[in-house]
Design a protein around this ligand. Structure first.
Ligand code: IMP
Ligand code: MG
Length: 175
């Protein structure tokens, strides 16, 4: 049995997501926002975030999948596109919605690819940020919570594809 210790409970998690959604509604008022969810981890966050935005917000969603982690706990820093966006982003205001930024390798790679497609803007919204682990600098505008250098799980974050469905953020006690 893996040992799971709760770090951010459901109430705190959802309250913070509501705050972020309110801020996004204000920041993108009068504009369309094209949310790009990085699968699979970002999907729980994206749905909760977008549902909590003002009803008159103009929100489109699209999905992208990249691979970097495999089944391991340590980033190999190798990233490739496994599933590309369905729609072009030229001239659009893009918001990348991520589960966590760790080394920053994934987002650095993604930002390069997306900027080549000539969007009007790109901002990043991540549920969790582990700044102590950063290898590549990324400019993150919206952060849910900063977390220490621990392996975290839940609300989209997995270990070996499991635990994504937990409605809270937990850490795993490594053996
Ligand atoms: P980065 O490229 O090192 O920033 O890693 C980004 C990706 O690694 C995230 O989108 C997650 O999928 C995964 N990842 C990083 N840290 C954790 C963690 O603590 N738990 C689960 N997945 C993680
Ligand atoms: Mg991810």
């Amino acid at each position: 049995m893996d040992k799971i210790i709760k770090m951010i409970d459901t109430d705190e998690l959802f309250a913070r997501i509501k705050e972020l959604a309110k801020q996004l509604s204000e920041d993108y008022r009068g504009r369309e926002v094209h949310m790009i969810c990085v699968l699979k981890g970002g999907v729980y966050f994206l749905t909760e975030l977008s549902k909590n935005m003002d009803e008159d917000s103009r929100v489109a969603v699209d999905f992208m999948a990249v691979s970097s982690y495999g089944n391991e706990r340590v980033s190999k820093g190798v990233v490739k596109i496994v599933k590309d966006l369905d729609d072009p982003i030229e001239g659009k205001d893009v918001l990348i919605v991520e589960d966590i930024i760790d080394s920053g390798n994934t987002l650095t790679y993604l930002m390069n690819i997306l900027w080549d497609r000539n969007p009007r803007s790109i901002e990043i919204c991540t549920l969790l940020d582990k700044p102590s682990r950063r290898v590549k600098e990324v400019d993150v505008k919206y952060v849910g919570f900063e977390v220490p250098d621990e392996f975290v799980l839940g609300f989209g974050l997995d270990y070996d594809q499991f635990y994504r469905n937990l409605p809270y953020i937990a850490k795993m006690e490594l053996d």
